[in-house]
Each structure stands twice: as structure tokens, then as C-alpha cells.
Design a protein around this ligand. Structure first.
Ligand SMILES: [Zn+2]
Length: 244
């Protein structure tokens, strides 16, 4: 197993491959702790979204249900890091589009538009606009189509945790340029956790933002016929729409 340098990002496959519909095989959920503590990704056949939090992988299903992910399940696209926050600030009334500004405000080394920035937002949320994509209706259905059919819903005044990665636009196609994060509510007694891919959010009065700047980025990819046949040219407009 590779050594874990804090805040390095380990990624399997590329956003372009997912856009092209390649969504099977990949590392299993059980392998994730070998690469870090936090991550985001998608499941085989794009059946829901992964939120890997504090060493625990959760599968957020298209039905809205959140369940511990089966260690055997494979992840056709995943980004993992051993998250070790370098910056921590109170972040009341923080919006998705205000994240980059928070990083830039914290100083010249605290991340900006050209760096990978893994981050956690924890606490109260005034509102969230979530989406769960999938599953694919047929093998190789591309991400644009899967995302267009995704269930979208809003949550208001909830407590929970979000993990995500801000990727620089120059990595669009390999990664997902801009803010990409997944969220789940705090599991409460008698209430099922809910979560998904975050389209938009605003924190409440008691929220905390933690982040770090990534120094290295490790990329693994499939090696087979199917991979070689894909058109991996970045469909930038399509990606912006599918992952916005
Ligand atoms: Zn996502």
C-alpha cells in the first residue's frame, strides 16, 4: 500500500471517463482506509454517491437512504485523501460560491483557484440543495444523461457534515473543476440520515470550515479495451452541467 501523506489526493479513473459512461470496476470501498480518511465518489452503475467520512464509507442511494457501504462494492470514480486540516474558521452563512473567497482571505498559501483544496463543513445548515444520480438505465449510459434524470431535493435547518474537494479549472476532465462536495445529515435517533451530492448550500449560525492545500495528486486508471475505446476529450460544458 502506498504511504499516506496528509492531504495528498488519490484518485481512480477520470471525470471524462465517467462522463463517457465508464462506471464499473475500480477499487472497493474496503480499500479506502488504505488511502486516507475522507473522500467522494460514485458507485458501480452510478448507483448513488459515496461519502467517505472519518474512515467510514457511506452509500447515499437514489432513494435518499444513506447506508454503510458494503466493503466489497467497487467505485468506478473516487477521490480520497488523508484529511488533516491546516486551516479552520467559523463559517456562518457560508455559501457554495463563497468558498474560494474564504480560502483566499486566509492568506497567500491557503489555497486558491489553482490548487486542490479538500475541505469539511460541519454544523448547522440553513439550506441545502441535493442530488442523487443514478443508477444508469443501461450500461455505458453517460453521466450527462444520468445526472439529467437525477432526483433533486432541498433540506432546511439540518445538522450535518460535508466533505468535498475544490479542483482547479485546469484539471477539468481529469477531476471535476470547481467545488464538488457530498453531504449527509447527522444520524439522529429515530431518524434516518439523508444525503447526496451538493448542488448548493448555505450554512446556519453554527458552522465550521476546515481545509488544507494538496501538495500531490495521484492518479490511477483502468487498463483494458474499454478504456482504450473511450473518447476522453474533456466535455467541459457537459461536465459543468452534470456536476454543477
Ligand atoms: Zn458528486
Amino acid at each position: 500500500m502506498v504511504s499516506k501523506i496528509p492531504n495528498d489526493i488519490f484518485q481512480f479513473s477520470t471525470a471524462s471517463a465517467l462522463m463517457a459512461g465508464l462506471a464499473h470496476n475500480g477499487p472497493s470501498c474496503g480499500q479506502l482506509p488504505g488511502y486516507g480518511s475522507h473522500g467522494i465518489g460514485t458507485f458501480g452503475s452510478m448507483n448513488g454517491e459515496l461519502l467517505f467520512l472519518d474512515g467510514k464509507p457511506w452509500q447515499m442511494l437514489p432513494s435518499g437512504k444513506v447506508q454503510p457501504a458494503d466493503p466489497e462494492t467497487s467505485l468506478p470514480f473516487v477521490q480520497v485523501t488523508k484529511f488533516s486540516p491546516e486551516y479552520e474558521v467559523d463559517a456562518p452563512e457560508l455559501k457554495k460560491r463563497g468558498l474560494l473567497e474564504m480560502f483566499e482571505k486566509a492568506g497567500p498559501h491557503a489555497g486558491g483557484k489553482n490548487s486542490f483544496v479538500p475541505f469539511v463543513v460541519k454544523g448547522t445548515f440553513k439550506s441545502l440543495y441535493l442530488r442523487i444520480a443514478g443508477p444508469q438505465q443501461h450500461p455505458d449510459q453517460d453521466l450527462a444523461e444520468v445526472a439529467a434524470n437525477a432526483r433533486k431535493w432541498r433540506l432546511e435547518n439540518v445538522k450535518g457534515t460535508m466533505f468535498g474537494i475544490v479542483s482547479p479549472e485546469w484539471m477539468q476532465g481529469v477531476s471535476i473543476g470547481g467545488v464538488h462536495c457530498h453531504f449527509m445529515t447527522e444520524p439522529e435517533q429515530g431518524k434516518d440520515a439523508e444525503g447526496g451530492h451538493v448542488l448548493d448550500f448555505e450554512t446556519g449560525d453554527e458552522a465550521e470550515l476546515q481545509w488544507a492545500v494538496t501538495g500531490r495528486y495521484h492518479l490511477g486508471f483502468p487498463r483494458d479495451d474499454e478504456w482504450e475505446k473511450l473518447d476522453l476529450t474533456a466535455d467541459i460544458a457537459g461536465l459543468n452541467k452534470a456536476e454543477g
